[in-house]
Write a protein that binds this ligand. Structure first.
Ligand code: IVH
Length: 707
């Protein structure tokens, strides 16, 4: 609050600020205004007069008028009266809203189509028809129609849970209140993109400017900001549009192809994109891409690529999903936008697992509508390979939501006295040796938990969205709690409320906090005292153990006790317990070793045990499934003729089974195709039920088998 630099900057007229000062000052003003909002709204205890508040807000608007790219959707100017999106009710999606994998080069597209062919075991002359359409740069939404009436509309949120913005969506002319259908399905969730056209965006900004309000940086931000208004009458004044291109839960489908369903959308009165086309080969796809790229600048709305989707819905069903994106669709992105700027310095950041990452400090430059002042340099080899030196003029690029990158150096612009960058061999935070393991590009700090950087990064990871997900506890708060000694390990979080005020000031009395916010935080922490096993494992932040792997471990071992037992027995790296780790499908030796290495360190065990005493870890619950394969372990061996290995595995997993790579006493079923060798033999020796491909198909299709 009393930051002297910014108090001073407040006296500088906005037109005299440099781009760099403006960016910094803007961030400070946003924090300041949010804090005043919180004091005013949450605590009813403002510390500034209305006139002082208005002056800060006006200054923020002036800065955003001069530097429109700073006006992102999080700016207080983009929300009404301090209201933020948390004012909307959270509603779970009946089917998750997924994202798309990205392709950039023609080879990526060939690979995409090849993968589909392999997965479906298609013959060379089988045609894979794909629906191609522009990728709209907007905000996705899901519209639920029951008996043809629009009853509920949600944002994407995290893909699992969205926010209820029904009233705002009702103001959009492309979204009908009732579908034009004589006999509408009981349930139909239409999904698509909310966007703003260039013309409407320009008009909106003109009006905003004339009224002394903030202008938006780009149509996407304008659409997102408009949808997040808590007052739908404001959204109604914003000319939003909608394209329907996908669906969620449905009680009946109007067609058996993607193209057919989207055509039905149009018949039902929804807006669909007129550039949607069918492509029947990779060359046709690439022609489509080139055509749309050529038309891009003339289109009345922003697009950032094209999307391809397998047309046949039965194939879409068979292809299914891989983690968060469908195997049957892909986004082919347009090349990233680039700009030139000066590399002012290289900072070294230390991550959760000790990785030293060089970060380019750039003279701020606008790339694709956003001000960029940091970019990743990946690792030391990358700096060498690109010959990057401090002071160089470099090309930076930004593609979508990806972190900006330094592409190359403009050699002609280098000054004579620049020196190659020498990468430190000690951790810049704790001074421990930083080493590169064999075959690794990354240099790591060997300080482990004595390194404050690793400690704080682990804590940030611990509270993050896919881990403990504690409301009101963001990265900034974690850093502050770590620095003032309140929290060192995850267990400390759960002792915070009890120990509050005993050694230092009570949380409610600290800078930036108050009675209400402190109480809310303690309550949010309390709500996480019970945690699912997979989240618990993921939250530990063990190297190589991501969300999917944590889930596999939780599924395989069921409870924390069972897993800890197995870890103890497997530490010798031999015997059955170790074999079982290696046998977890998709869990290679690297992951198994990383996982055991973590538990071989006593300080890690202490942290985990301490945490486990504070929280209750729920045993893993397999998704409800009435399939007889649920919870069983299946091994495929030999060649399968009608179904690819990948499809067989996906199908077994969809039926709740675990798929293992080798046969052991824990195997329940072996599917042996022609050429099955030692695995089939071992199954026989162990007396494990073994079936051939046709029996497997029968099981997959009828969902029946007797064990
Ligand atoms: S299909 C399961 N089609 O892109 C498939 N998405 O990067 C769901 N998007 O979250 C998405 N235009 O917000 C699809 N024609 C289009 C799209 C599109 C824009 C957005 C959408 C999605 C994101 C994924």
């Amino acid at each position: 609050m009393s930051d002297p630099v910014h108090q001073d900057l407040l006296k500088t007229p906005v037109e005299d600020l440099t781009a760099e000062q403006a960016k910094d000052h803007h961030a400070w003003l946003c924090d300041e205004i949010r804090e005043h909002d919180r004091r005013y709204y949450a605590e009813s205890a403002p510390t500034v007069t209305d006139a002082e508040y208005d002056a800060l807000f006006r200054r923020l608007q002036l800065i955003e008028n001069r530097f429109p790219s700073l006006a992102d959707e999080n700016s207080p100017t983009q929300t009404v009266g301090g209201t933020v999106s948390s004012g909307f009710a959270k509603v779970a999606h009946s089917k998750p809203m997924l994202s798309l994998g990205n392709a950039f080069a023609p080879e990526d597209i060939e690979e995409f189509v090849d993968r589909i062919r392999r997965f479906l075991s298609l013959e060379d002359n089988d045609e894979v028809a794909l629906v191609a359409e522009p990728k709209i740069d907007g905000v996705s939404a899901s519209l639920r129609y029951e008996q043809g009436r629009f009853v509920c509309g949600l944002t994407r949120g995290d893909g699992q849970v969205g926010e209820d913005i029904t009233q705002n969506l009702r103001t959009i002319i492309d979204i009908p209140e009732t579908l034009e259908l004589d006999d509408p399905p009981d349930v139909f969730e239409v999904r698509g993109e909310v966007y703003m056209s260039h013309a409407d965006f320009a008009k909106l900004n003109e009006n905003q400017d004339a009224a002394g309000k903030t202008v938006f940086a780009n149509p996407r931000n304008a659409a997102s900001g408009s949808l997040r208004q808590l007052d739908p009458t404001i959204t109604a004044q914003r000319p939003l549009r909608f394209f329907a291109y996908a669906w969620g839960e449905t009680s009946a489908l109007p067609a058996d192809t993607q193209f057919g369903v989207v055509r039905s959308f149009a018949e039902w009165g929804l807006a669909t994109n007129a550039l949607t086309a069918i492509c029947r080969s990779v060359p046709e796809i690439l022609d489509y891409y080139a055509r749309i790229e050529g038309e891009r600048s003339g289109l009345p709305y922003d697009i950032d690529g094209v999307v391809y989707k397998v047309d046949r819905l039965d194939w879409q069903d068979r292809l299914g999903f891989i983690s968060r994106s469908p195997r049957w669709a892909i986004a082919h992105k347009f090349p990233a936008e680039q700009a030139q700027t000066v590399l002012q310095g290289i900072d070294i950041q230390v991550g959760r697992t000790g990785a030293l990452t060089p970060v380019a400090k750039l003279q701020p430059v606008t790339v694709g509508g956003v001000v960029v002042s940091n970019a990743t340099l990946h690792n030391e080899d990358e700096i060498d390979r690109k010959g990057i030196r401090v002071g160089d003029t470099v090309v930076v690029q930004r593609a979508g939501d990806v972190i900006p990158q330094v592409v190359r150096v403009i050699a002609e612009k280098r000054s004579g006295d620049s020196q190659p960058f020498s990468f430190p061999d000690r951790c810049p935070i704790c001074g421990s040796l930083a080493v590169r393991e064999d075959g690794e590009a990354v240099r790591r700090c060997t300080g482990g938990l004595i390194c404050p950087a690793q400690q704080v990064e682990r804590l940030k990871h611990f509270v993050s969205r896919n881990a403990f997900d504690i409301d009101g506890l963001g990265q900034k708060q974690i850093v502050a709690f770590f620095e003032d000694g309140t929290i060192e390990t995850p267990g400390d979080l759960f002792r915070m409320a009890e120990l509050d005020g005993q050694t230092g000031a009570a949380l409610a009395d600290r800078e930036g906090w108050g009675d209400v916010s402190a109480r809310n935080l303690f309550q949010a922490i309390e709500e996480r005292r019970s945690i699912s096993f997979d989240r618990f494992l993921f939250a530990l932040g063990i190297r190589h153990i991501g969300q999917a792997t944590a889930r596999m471990l939780a599924k395989t071992y069921g409870t924390l006790d069972a897993l800890t037992d197995a870890v103890r027995q497997a530490q010798s790296r031999e015997g059955e317990a170790w074999e079982n780790f290696l046998n977890i499908d998709g869990f290679g030796a690297t992951m198994a070793a990383a996982f055991l290495d973590f538990f071989a360190e006593q300080h890690n065990v202490d942290v985990v045990e301490d945490l486990a005493r504070q929280v209750s870890v729920e045993p893993f619950e397999a998704p409800e499934s009435d399939s007889p394969l649920s919870g069983k372990t299946v091994v495929f061996t030999g060649t399968l003729e009608t179904m690819s290995r990948a499809e067989a595995k996906a199908r077994a997993e969809a039926m709740g089974a675990k798929v293992a790579g080798s046969v052991s006493k824990k195997t329940d079923l072996v599917v042996a195709g022609p050429g099955a060798g030692s695995k089939a033999k071992k199954a026989q020796e162990l007396g494990i039920q073994t079936v051939d491909e046709s029996a497997w198909l029968e099981i997959a299709n009828t969902n029946q088998i007797d064990f």
